[in-house]
Design a protein around this ligand. Structure first.
Ligand code: ADP
Ligand code: AMP
Length: 214
């Protein structure tokens, strides 16, 4: 199974990916996570990408596509892939088709998380993650069961993304509208887009995705 989770920043792609990884043993391929790891490790890619990410703009198609290619090459053929935050441009969508063919895969579904943009700023500015295991939380919508302690690994260290501020979020939304939303019609023409109400609560969104995956 190969699926794309599509939706603007804060739509819930990472949250739902984490659940699919836990429940179905699928693998999450998040170019945002890969780029943040590269920034942290100060690799040549990370050094190049950092300023672009801090502004909320898009990193080059070539860089992110190479990251995806490497991940697909390292995966067993039977492990399902969840593309989270990729593709984000029409060029990336074309490259992804080529990469899937190269690695003997085919797209099953493009799951579009349909969300109200006004709610996204609140989702993003309240987002935080476990500094140890990366589990995702929210100040209002998804607090750890015990305050200050990660549900998954017990760590008490948490972090926030530098680009999760209101100004950068606005740029990221604009990038989504201008460059990412236009990839949808191509997938619609192929009959593989499944729309899910991303404004429902986290469990309800998960149930809708489960229904699609059958
Ligand atoms: P994305 O990966 O699409 O950028 P995330 O999955 O990181 O988005 O979600 C953004 C924030 O919103 C996180 O803090 C998450 O806990 C919270 N969140 C995710 N889905 C929902 C939902 N359905 N309702 C309320 N909050 C949500
Ligand atoms: P995300 O974690 O998906 O919100 O991505 C964080 C940032 O990483 C984005 O604002 C971009 O700067 C960069 N990024 C992540 N994925 C891509 C992609 N597929 N194409 C271009 N830039 C990306």
């Amino acid at each position: 199974m190969n699926i794309i989770l599509l939706g603007p920043p804060g739509a819930g792609k990472g949250t739902q990916s984490a659940r699919l990884v836990d429940h179905y043993g699928m693998r999450q391929l998040s170019t945002g996570d890969m780029l943040r790891a590269a920034v942290k490790a100060q690799t040549p890619v990370g050094l190049k990408a950092k300023a672009v990410m801090d502004r909320g703009e898009l990193v080059s198609d070539e860089i992110v596509s190479e990251l995806i290619d490497a991940e697909l090459a390292a995966m067993g053929p039977d492990t399902g892939a969840i593309f989270d935050g990729y593709p984000r441009t029409e060029a990336q969508a074309e490259i992804l088709d080529q990469l899937l063919e190269k690695h003997g895969r085919a797209l099953d579904h493009v799951i579009e998380l349909d969300v109200d943009e006004d709610a996204l700023v609140e989702r993003i500015t309240g987002r935080f993650t476990c500094a140890n295991c990366g589990a995702g939380y929210h100040d209002t919508f998804q607090q750890p069961t015990v305050e200050g302690v990660c549900d998954k690994c017990g760590s008490t260290e948490f972090k926030r993304r530098p680009d999760d501020n209101e100004e950068t979020v606005r740029t990221r939304m604009q990038e989504y509208r201008a460059k990412t939303a236009p990839i949808l019609p191509g997938y619609e023409a192929r009959g593989i887009v499944r729309r899910v109400d991303g404004m429902a609560d986290i469990d309800a969104v998960a149930a809708s995705i489960d229904a699609i995956l059958g």
